[in-house]
Design a protein around this ligand. Structure first.
Ligand SMILES: *[C@@H]1O[C@H](CO)[C@@H](O)[C@H](O)[C@H]1NC(C)=O
Ligand SMILES: *[C@@H]1O[C@H](CO)[C@@H](O)[C@H](O)[C@H]1NC(C)=O
Ligand SMILES: *[C@@H]1O[C@H](CO)[C@@H](O)[C@H](O)[C@H]1NC(C)=O
Ligand SMILES: *[C@@H]1O[C@H](CO)[C@@H](O)[C@H](O)[C@H]1NC(C)=O
Ligand SMILES: *[C@@H]1O[C@H](CO)[C@@H](O)[C@H](O)[C@H]1NC(C)=O
Ligand SMILES: *[C@@H]1O[C@H](CO)[C@@H](O)[C@H](O)[C@H]1NC(C)=O
Ligand SMILES: *[C@@H]1O[C@H](CO)[C@@H](O)[C@H](O)[C@H]1NC(C)=O
Ligand SMILES: *[C@@H]1O[C@H](CO)[C@@H](O)[C@H](O)[C@H]1NC(C)=O
Ligand SMILES: *[C@@H]1O[C@H](CO)[C@@H](O)[C@H](O)[C@H]1NC(C)=O
Ligand SMILES: *[C@@H]1O[C@H](CO)[C@@H](O)[C@H](O)[C@H]1NC(C)=O
Ligand SMILES: *[C@@H]1O[C@H](CO)[C@@H](O)[C@H](O)[C@H]1NC(C)=O
Ligand SMILES: CC(=O)N[C@H]1CO[C@H](CO)[C@@H](O)[C@@H]1O
Length: 828
């Protein structure tokens, strides 16, 4: 459509008047059945999730830059309500909660943004993002049609929208935000809430409330396939979304969460989703007319503080994402997807405008041909997980490996196959701190947690003749809630103290002495504690400390899942089976939090009296605070602290929380620990079926210490609160860097690139250049059929360099080698 020049000028003037000086040009966002239409152009968009509170502001520019270099157009994030509004109308938009700064960094990088407000977000985040104080509001029912919930949800949603408007962050204002999301995965639970009418009214209210915000870009709802309100786009989440289509015909196919891996729990090994399988899923999605897809996660990051959900989600939220927890490029996943993105983007016009035709070439084989403007582009997929297939297309035969997609931008030449990785593999390792020798170099001191205050039932916040639920009693301001009572007893006697609790862990004290502890198994909540105890004549005190490890974040009515000794019972059972005492309805005194939390011992204030007897500290002592001073590792590589040897607790560096630690929890053995074949559907629920690592090892041993937490030229302080009792003196700081890098090339003419990363580490040796590698994995290849010529060429080109590229020439070929594939391994 031709716009008269005068009108165009007028529009420009109007826009300039509404936008602040310095803001970018306004962007229009519309959509049709094929794509989002941005500034009048249909677009293929590739997005990735980076959650701002899971890294530091200092990391954001680098993460976003790497995402852009990886071929992404947009960054997507949830908004974290309980992080922003920890108490009613008391807000936190500082540090890693500075959401506007995060969106400005996206804008500075020239990328688009997707704002997923929720504000229920799931996200393996504590309580799914909802503030626990909501429960104090009378009449409150979460995520159903009721005034208290809708009022609070609208209040927070409006606050975020207004912050974004004030900063000109929406596309129409010249900002990066092209889409916004309201609610989250509601379709998964709405039928299970036993109140379908209210659920339906609620989801329609959400859409109306959102549309009233007048943000100028479309609203999306993910996993909302039934009962989709008008004026919202419903989208898909999952490992695969090619067979899914949106509910209405006038909206594009959008994939909000393509899970790049999976999160980790304290008792589970590490999940890995292969680069081949994600590339397969993404290629299939675009083959089947996808228009916008988002990687969940592109960078997973760290659950600092008490933010992990679950319960039992680890502090690491690495997710096996293309950028690792520390922000390093994960190869080959990052590079393989980058190659895919560039092929898909080269076909953008034909994918969003072209006519298309899916043709079956037999069972499990589909060829899709897009045609537009006289040219054509093809996808060929092979969905068999056990056989390679030759497909003849336009006279040429293409071998399509099992569980893969080939993309032919001209329907003749294969530009990409999802199962053929041309990117190097990097093996990241933890290197010792070169500044000081550890663990010997760390200077330790300690302080006991003051438990005496809680060893009677005298001082507390309040008393009640019942055992209360923990989340509603303590409003989740601490992991810990004390339950204390006393009883008069005639004479001495032995009993079993029996406590039935809804989780997540418990410590029991009788007359000031720790008598037992227990915790729930992952996936279960209710458990029991049974401890032998002795009572003396007269008054006896029973103190129970209940602890949570991250609140549930998912499921129908997840918010009502109790924690703590809700209802008990708590009993003293006579050792002869009779004469028990039921304490369930005794007078219980309540107090939330530990003395050390009130004193903020983690801040290491000057008045604190840390003890050190000639450098020796007590070990295996429950409820102990430890402090160590250390020099920050030199350089720019990511820093971690190795907490092997510790039990369970929380860690801080220079007052900044590293999160909960629990290295004494060992990851279970599962069938998927011992097989890793990318072919076939990836699964993570239950036991996960393939490519698990870390089985039988501490589920999380290393804890991220962002560089921003460290002071380069002065001593740094590590504070640990050890709850279970352990030996901290083995703790040590490490840097994370590429150890070995490996690459393979199939044919002469292929370029082989090796890189140690950006932080100045150079390739120190080329260890393998062979045509016979069939055993081992990168870093531990067992060669065979070595090519001396290739080894010489790589050694000459690579040693001493951060990165090098060598072309595979016919001169390298070893006589009599079975494989024509050249594999190279180097050490950084
Ligand atoms: C949110 O609630 C506070 C009072 O609690 C009120 O002052 C404020 O105006 C509300 N915001 C919106 C957008 O309704
Ligand atoms: C609510 O709807 C779901 C299907 O959407 C159905 O399975 C369920 O039985 C319904 N529940 C009630 C209480 O009507
Ligand atoms: C969406 O799809 C479901 C089943 O696929 C159907 O029952 C429903 O009527 C569709 N439309 C809307 C607007 O929900
Ligand atoms: C789709 O492609 C097949 C095979 O090339 C052809 O037979 C068929 O006519 C095409 N259908 C349309 C609608 O173009
Ligand atoms: C398609 O492949 C899958 C995985 O190999 C297999 O289970 C399925 O039976 C195949 N479908 C057909 C129709 O052969
Ligand atoms: C594919 O075709 C090639 C060349 O004709 C042949 O060597 C190969 O065995 C075929 N592979 C399969 C899986 O059919
Ligand atoms: C333990 O508590 C749970 C949750 O309140 C309850 O369902 C269960 O019946 C209790 N078990 C015993 C043995 O009292
Ligand atoms: C811990 O809880 C589990 C599950 O309830 C139970 O089997 C075990 O005996 C308990 N251990 C102690 C010491 O109470
Ligand atoms: C059983 O033990 C309880 C306390 O341990 C005691 O009060 C009671 O007298 C004992 N009963 C018998 C029959 O021994
Ligand atoms: C505790 O109080 C509740 C509620 O009053 C009652 O139902 C229960 O029977 C009492 N339990 C005991 C052991 O007295
Ligand atoms: C302090 O420890 C060192 C080495 O552990 C030891 O040689 C020295 O005698 C100790 N000094 C005292 C006063 O205990
Ligand atoms: C929408 C979608 O594809 N959901 C899938 C997400 O992945 C899980 C696990 O593989 C499937 O069970 C869901 O169907």
């Amino acid at each position: 459509m031709a716009v008269p020049l005068a009108l165009l000028l007028l529009l420009v003037v109007l826009r300039a008047a509404t936008a602040d000086a310095g803001a970018g040009a306004a962007t229009t966002v519309a959509y049709n059945d094929r794509a989002l239409v941005i500034n009048g152009e249909r677009r293929i968009l590739i997005s990735g999730s980076i959650h701002y509170p899971r890294s530091t502001p200092e990391m954001w520019p680098d993460l976003i830059k790497k995402a852009k270099e990886g071929g992404l157009d947009a960054i997507e994030t949830y908004v974290f309500w309980n992080g922003h509004e920890p108490r009613p109308r008391q807000y936190n938009f500082e540090g890693n909660y500075d959401i506007v700064r995060f969106f400005k960094e996206i804008q500075n990088a020239g990328m688009y943004a997707i704002l997923r407000i929720g504000p229920y977000i799931c996200g393996e985040w504590n309580y799914g993002g909802l503030p626990a104080w909501l429960r104090d509001i009378p009449g409150m029912q979460f995520r159903l049609h009721n005034e208290p919930f809708e009022r609070e949800m609208e209040n927070f949603t409006t606050l975020i929208v207004n912050k974004m408007k004030d900063a000109n962050m929406f596309a129409g204002q010249g900002g990066p935000i092209i889409l916004a999301q309201i609610e989250n995965e509601y379709g998964n639970i709405m039928g299970k809430l036993n109140n379908n009418e209210s659920a339906s009214q609620y989801i329609h209210w959400c859409a109306d409330m959102a549309n009233k915000q007048n943000i100028g870009v479309p609203w999306i709802m993910c996993q909302q396939d039934d009962d989709v309100p008008p004026h919202v786009i419903n989208t898909c989440n999952g490992f695969y979304c090619h067979d899914w289509f949106p509910n209405r015909t006038d909206i594009p196919k959008i994939w909000t969460e393509n899970w790049t891996g999976w999160f980790k729990a304290w008792d589970k090994p590490d999940f890995h989703r292969s680069a081949e399988d994600i590339a397969f899923a993404v290629a299939m999605f675009f083959q089947k007319r996808g228009s916008l897809q988002n990687y969940y996660m592109y960078h997973g990051g760290t659950n600092f503080g008490r933010t992990s959900g679950g319960p039992y989600i680890t502090t690491s939220y690495d997710y096996d994402a293309p950028l690792d927890e520390y922000g390093n490029i994960r190869q080959p996943k990052y590079g393989h997807l980058k190659n895919l993105h560039s092929v898909i983007k080269s076909m953008e016009k034909i994918l969003v405008h072209g006519e298309y035709n899916d043709t079956s070439y037999g069972k499990n084989i589909t060829v899709t041909k897009f045609t537009f403007d006289g040219s054509s582009a093809c996808f060929i997929n092979n969905q068999f997980d056990d056989r390679d297939i030759n497909v003849t297309l336009g006279g040429a035969t293409h071998l399509i490996p099992a569980w893969s997609v080939s993309i032919l931008p001209d329907c003749k030449t294969v530009a990409f196959n999802s199962a053929k990785i041309k990117t190097q593999t990097s093996v990241m390792v933890k290197k010792p701190n070169t500044v000081e020798k550890e663990p010997e170099g760390l200077k330790w001191s300690w302080m006991p947690e003051n438990l005496q205050l809680f060893m009677t039932d005298e001082r507390g916040s309040f008393k009640k003749n019942e055992l209360l639920e923990q989340i509603s009693t303590g409003t989740d301001q601490s992991d810990y809630l004390w339950y204390r009572t006393s009883l008069e007893h005639k004479g001495e006697a032995s009993y079993t103290l029996y406590v039935n609790t809804t989780g997540h862990e418990i410590y029991a004290f009788v007359n000031g002495k720790l008598v037992g502890q227990n915790h729930s198994a992952n996936g279960e909540f209710v458990f029991q504690l049974e401890s032998p105890v002795s009572l003396h004549s007269g008054k006896n005190y029973i103190s129970l400390l209940s602890g949570t490890v991250g609140l549930k974040n998912y499921g129908a009515l997840f918010e009502l899942m109790p924690a703590g000794i809700a209802g008990g019972p708590v009993k003293l059972i006579g050792t002869n089976g009779t004469g028990g005492i039921d304490l369930t309805n005794s007078s219980w005194t309540y107090m939330s939090g530990l003395a050390g939390e009130y004193r903020q011992i983690h801040l290491d204030k000057p008045e604190y009296r840390w003890q050190s007897h000639n450098g020796s500290i007590p070990v295996n002592r429950p409820f102990t605070w430890y402090k160590a001073t250390f020099d920050a590792p030199a350089g720019e590589e990511a820093v971690v602290v190795d907490l092997l040897g510790l039990g369970k607790g929380a860690a801080w560096v220079n007052g900044n929380s590293l999160g909960r630690y629990w290295p004494s929890y060992t990851a279970s053995e599962m069938p998927g620990c011992h097989v890793c074949d990318y072919r076939g559907k990836f699964k993570a629920e239950g036991d996960g079926i393939r490519c698990l690592t870390g089985c039988g090892e501490p589920s999380q041993r290393y804890y991220h210490v962002p560089r921003a937490f460290l002071r380069p030229a002065q001593p740094n302080t590590l504070v640990l609160f050890e709850e279970a009792g352990s030996d901290p003196t083995r703790a040590a700081f490490r840097t994370v860097a590429a150890g070995a890098v490996c690459a393979a090339a199939a044919e002469p003419g292929d370029d082989v690139t090796l890189s140690c990363g950006r932080h100045g580490r150079a390739i120190s040796s080329v260890d393998v250049a062979s045509f016979g590698v069939s055993r081992g994995s990168c870093g531990a290849y067992e060669g065979g059929c070595e090519s001396k010529a290739a080894l010489r060429a790589f050694t000459a080109a690579c040693v001493g360099k951060e990165a090098c590229t060598v072309r595979y020439t016919a001169a390298f070929a070893g006589a009599g080698c079975e494989s024509g594939v050249l594999t190279v391994q180097a050490t950084c």
